[in-house]
Design a protein around this ligand. Structure first.
Ligand code: TAP
Length: 495
């Protein structure tokens, strides 16, 4: 069915997307805007204000003032919890519109966004709404002092002003994963969405204000990461930066944060292994492995992009995934019925294609796909399976962030553990077997922040998520994420 824009979205996109600073929706102070593209068609669909350094100063000052004046922390935890819960309700209420926005600039299928991203983001706010009233310290005893006449306790306090830098591949959910725990902890926030995908963040900002988040507590800066993102990471009045994106930019954030030693959490790249043992339910494993790499065209940080299959079932599994890949339909996210949508930009599509070419030159065999799909206007790549790869190849070592699977064979558990761990990354992995001991032994030995057994990429707000090695610092989701927006204070009282 051909897509026709809803009147509310048409109206919204007829104006430049604005910055939210201290409760006001503003154009950039120099009037600059950048184009927003629909990756399904390659067309410009909107423009967005491109914040300047002066705008960044205003946003940080607003967040700082609101924090120092206790605009948000002066509310009771129960009041803050109700506001967060209301944001979740409003997200559901406006789910059709936000799913349409997510489809338009991020290339998400409407149904996937409406029934996946929207409830997931809403649940994130509801999950952290519950934590607002449960942030507590503890009491202690001095460990070496006899005849104690002391009262000792710890307090969890909000860290202060948090800069939240979000990538393009999950614009709404990644923003929610940062904003909800930061607000629950009592922080004031400056959010910087990716330049390519500002639409859902602006709508979320409106809903947060409608739900009752006070002016200054939530600020949204649209614009280039290399300028305003960098300024936020450097800023002496920002206490914490939480970043999701590439490992390369993550390292720049660490450098930038050095000035005031602000706290840093990083969710970075991945090259996650999918390990299929001989005794796995192969039908499920084949479907699961295909889903793990081709979902959102592989533009998922936990995409299962390295496949390791026991040599006795290697040909069968690779053939099975290749057959699924060949049967997948690829087309605009704005039309229903396609199995896979576009890559985010022409530049990214070219990059993915060049990686595949390099893999072939290095000796990989193309079992499925391998080509760009031209003639539709948007940025499409065939679901691709590269077989007979090895760890000397760039396609095995580097994150491609596209629908490209590299397949390798193994003989035994020790070998596959060594291969899976032979990566600079350590974000996620999945293990497919019916042998419970083998599953847990392998899970314990893999250096990754999240392991799935007989499934892949099952997310949940309660489950901490993040990377070992160069996949990041810290965790998102769960109580653990909340703690990263707090400082811990110990108080020792001589009675
Ligand atoms: P990046 O280029 O790293 O951009 C991420 C965000 O950082 C964007 O908002 C970007 O702004 C901003 N940024 C760019 N340069 C910056 C700088 N010098 N200082 C501060 N901010 C800066 O990544 P991407 O291409 O958007 O996303 C793809 C990568 O993110 C992949 O490697 C993927 O694995 C990773 N990722 C990881 C996860 C998790 S949870 N681990 C989740 C999603 C994505 P602009 O848009 O203006 O450039």
């Amino acid at each position: 069915m051909t897509y026709s824009m809803s009147p509310s979205v048409k109206q919204r996109l007829s104006q430049p997307q604005r910055l939210l600073i201290d409760g006001h929706w503003l154009l950039a102070s120099d009037g600059n805007v950048s184009d927003v593209y629909n990756p399904s068609s390659g067309e410009v669909i909107a423009s967005a204000a491109s914040a300047t350094a002066a705008d960044t100063e205003l946003a940080v000052a607003a967040a700082r003032r609101s924090f120092d004046e206790r605009t948000w922390t002066g509310l009771t935890p129960a009041q803050r919890g109700k506001i967060l819960w209301r944001i979740g309700d409003l997200l559901e209420q406006h789910g059709d519109e936000i799913a349409e926005l997510e489809m338009l600039d991020a290339g998400k299928a409407f149904n996937g966004a409406r029934h996946g991203e929207i409830p997931f983001a809403a649940d994130c706010f509801r999950y952290y709404a519950g934590w607002c009233t449960k942030i507590e310290g503890s009491t202690k005893d001095l460990s070496t002092v006899p005849n104690q006449d002391f009262h000792i306790y710890t307090r969890r306090e909000p860290i202060g002003v948090a800069a939240l830098i979000v990538p393009w591949n999950g614009p709404l959910v990644q923003a929610a994963w940062k904003i909800a725990p930061a607000l629950a902890a009592g922080c004031s926030c400056v959010v910087k969405p990716a330049t390519q995908t500002p639409l859902s963040a602006v709508r979320l900002g409106e809903l947060m204000i409608e739900a009752g988040v006070p002016a200054g507590v939530i600020n949204i800066l649209l614009g280039r990461g290399s300028s305003i993102g960098q300024l936020l990471a450097e800023h002496s009045k920002v206490d914490k930066v939480s970043f999701t994106g590439s490992t390369e930019v993550g390292k720049r954030i660490i450098d930038a944060a050095k000035g005031n030693l602000k706290k840093v959490s990083l969710e970075l790249g991945g090259k996650s292994p999918v390990i299929i043992f001989e005794d796995a339910n192969l039908k499920e494993a084949i479907a699961g492995a295909a889903q793990a790499i081709f979902s959102h065209a592989g533009q998922v940080c936990v995409a299962g992009s390295r496949l390791y299959v026991h040599e006795n079932v290697y040909e069968q599994v690779v053939q099975g995934i290749a057959d699924l890949a060949k049967n997948m339909t690829v087309g605009p996210a704005t039309e229903s019925g396609f199995d896979m949508g576009p890559l985010i930009s022409k530049g990214h599509l070219n990059g993915v294609f060049q990686m595949v070419k390099a893999g072939q030159e290095e000796g990989a065999r193309v079992a499925a796909g391998g080509r760009m799909i031209e003639g539709q206007g948007g940025y499409f790549m065939e679901p691709t399976v590269l077989a007979d790869t090895n760890h000397a190849m760039s396609v095995v070592n580097e994150e491609i962030f596209g629908p490209v699977l590299v397949a390798m064979r193994f003989n035994d558990i020790e070998e596959v553990i060594a291969m899976a761990n032979d990566s600079q990354y350590g974000l996620a992995a999945s293990i497919w077997t019916q042998d419970i001991s083998k599953a847990h032994k392998t899970a314990a030995a893999i250096k990754a922040g999240i392991l799935w057994i007989n499934c892949h990429a099952v997310p949940d707000m309660a489950v901490p998520f993040g990377g070992y090695k160069q996949s990041g610092w810290g965790r998102e989701n769960g109580y653990e994420a909340l703690l990263q927006y707090t400082e811990l204070k110990s108080v020792i009282v001589k009675l």
